[in-house]
Design a protein around this ligand. Sequence first.
Ligand code: LLP
Length: 487
Amino acid sequence: MNYSLYRADSMKLIRDPKKRHELLLSEKSSNGIKVIPSQSRYKYDPMPPLVIENNKFKIEEVLLDELVRSENQFPTPLYVYSKRRLIENYLTFEHAFSSAFSKYGMNVIINYACKANSNPTILRILLELGANIDAVTVEEVKHCMACGYEPNQIFYTGVSNSKEDINWLLENGVQINFDAIEDLKKINKINLEHLRTGSFRVIPNISAGHHHKTHTGHEGSKFGVPYSQIVEAYAHLVDLGVKKFGIHCHIGSGSLEVEPFIATVNAMMEILTKLKKELGIEVSYIDFGGGFGVPYRLENEPINLKEVAESSAKIIHNRLKELGYKTLPEIHYEPGRYIVCDASVILTRVNTIKRSGDTNYALVDASMATLIRPAMYDSYHHILSEKSANSNITEKEEYCVAGRVCESGDVLNKRIMLPKLSEGDILIITNAGAYGYQMALATYNGIGLPAQVMISEKSIYPISNPLVTQEIYGLSRAYNYMKLFNE
Ligand code: LLP
């Protein structure tokens, strides 16, 4: 198999979002990309990016058989992405927010949360679409720079920052949303001149997410400046001579409800009111983070982005006018999951079907090492069999789909009805694009990392090599293993 790094083809970069939309919308019919009104994205069966044609699953114009059953088949488990779906998601998000805020003369900037998926091809496609980056480690910043992002397109919101991290970021012109007042003390004097816009991640005391482990905006959270210390934090920036300010919050990840996002806007407006009244500060950007959920279950309703965007724009505009803002701030969002989640599925092969007690196990070659979310958050990922596309097969059985890692918790879906399975069948794990590959375990049980491919219309592009066991064990064998025994 020839794995070469695919470089995004030359979609022309147009910086003005209005022009970009016009062009993309007008060209849409030719390449099949559409901006989907966010509220009409619901109850998909099959879930995106799958389509059914002649009783077979396809992604864009490629039959799944072609990926895993042809002469040139890829090894399973395999992450498969749809370029079209990725672009649709980005445009849908951007369209919802840009159109709502532009009515009030406000600009929206999208900083893609690269933690959700940092594949260079994905980063490159999003760059071409005009995305900036939300990064949380210096390693992510360097990776994004290597993929073509300029330092001024990267916004850093890391927690537990070292002195080295902070000074490196300032020296390299990356905007920081500081996590703590303590971070300011780490700035080398010489770098104070690089601190042009002072910004903190603050705790708005509002939290939301699909699981308590993904909540971040509550009192006592490890992320950001506690509510009661926010004014003090900005007073420190003023003391350091800072003249321009930003503010950031992120309440958590994976909420499908509108309400927490609106509550956050209201809380942030209270904070901005205090900063204006007590310190005379006006901010030049407000970053509301990410957190927009996607439907993982067929019955889930999608989040109504239009409502979030329109209500937020109205509240912000009205309050800032009341406060007498001279210039309205830029509005930043940091979606991760929304952009990549349903652009990808995992294809996995059934190794064994066996019954244990009351449970009918379908044991597959994917595992918690491929997708850790079910084991870590009890997350639901809808699973289909390749036979699910065949409308002539109606008889179904209940299976527990489990992986090959030596942990009882390695279950990918506890209970799912599927057409009767046989060894060698291919299963499709949906909604795998966000926090899937990026959180994969490479070393445990020596499993390594799966390959990834991206589909664009009829073409299949390998976008990462699999990392195989020999390489992983080889990393440690290369050192003192033999030497110790020979002494
Ligand atoms: N901004 C900040 C500062 C964040 O910490 C995050 C996510 C995001 C933006 C993007 O959130 P999103 O739009 O993707 O919800 N591993 C978990 C999710 C952890 C999210 C961490 N931070 C999962 O698999 O559900």
